[in-house]
Design a protein around this ligand. Structure first.
Ligand code: FMN
Length: 222
């Protein structure tokens, strides 16, 4: 089991260019079944997923890209206020990897914007899973949904799928609330675009690093 998990963790990456092929319904159902095993505080399981396929994905892609052209970002959960120190460095490093993979120069703001907007085209994925939580459950409801997203990503990898977690989608929470007719009291956490990776596309050709565990851990022994 350890070897299997190690391999799933090592091979998963954020896919930013999908092939158009839809994932068979039975495979999506299995993905959802696996992700549903996610633990949550008091087993509240606060996630509710709005999942698109076929024409519903195309409709979301078309409407969302049109909305983003004029809409103002307003996420349900505030985005980070600032990135400092190591967080800033890591953010810059993964940004450089992304833009370098596409041959986009640092000062080419237009090309960077075009790539940013690919988020709202769902990186051409055939499916998206929009993960929502219950407002009353507050930050821990969102934490549970974060765990759900993590399980979903690993489950997708185990099934030969690729995925992209997308906080970018939550920028337009009101639009998504309206589009998916979310009940009052639901909050948008993030989306996950998924499908089959386009393995030859350069944007899928880089892998991010991780800090040494020693720098992310403080041991207390006596
Ligand atoms: C909660 C969450 C939100 C994310 N939002 C976005 C996003 O909006 N757009 C994007 O391109 N990547 C997004 N990512 C992907 C991260 O940039 C990526 O996970 C990180 O750089 C590590 O790379 P890896 O996933 O390839 O290992 C998100 C990841 C997480 C966990």
């Amino acid at each position: 089991m350890h070897r299997a998990l190690d391999r799933i963790l090592a091979e998963r990456f954020t896919c930013r260019q999908f092939r158009p092929d839809p994932v068979p319904r039975a495979v999506v159902e299995e993905l959802l079944r696996l992700a549903q095993r996610t633990p949550s505080w008091c087993n509240t399981q606060p996630w509710h997923v709005h999942l698109t396929e076929g024409a519903a994905t195309e409709r979301l892609r078309t409407r969302l890209t049109a909305h983003v052209a004029t809409g103002t970002p307003a996420p349900d959960f505030p985005f980070p206020v600032q990135y400092t120190g190591a967080y800033r460095e890591r953010r810059r490093a993964c940004g450089h990897q992304l833009y370098d993979s596409l041959g986009i120069r640092k000062d080419d703001q237009e090309a960077r914007l075009i790539q940013l907007l690919r988020n709202f085209e769902l990186f051409d994925a055939p499916h998206v899973a929009l993960v929502t939580t219950e407002a009353d459950l507050g930050v821990y409801g969102a934490v549970d949904c974060g765990l759900y997203i993590g399980t979903f990503l690993l489950a997708a990898q185990s099934l030969g799928l690729a995925a992209a977690p997308q906080a970018a989608l939550a920028s337009y929470s009101d639009f998504l609330r309206d589009h998916f007719a979310l009940p009052p009291g639901r909050r948008v956490v993030a989306g996950i675009a998924f499908g089959y990776a386009d393995p030859g596309h350069p944007v899928n050709g880089f892998r991010t690093g991780r800090e040494d565990t020693g720098n992310a851990t403080t041991w207390h022994t006596d």
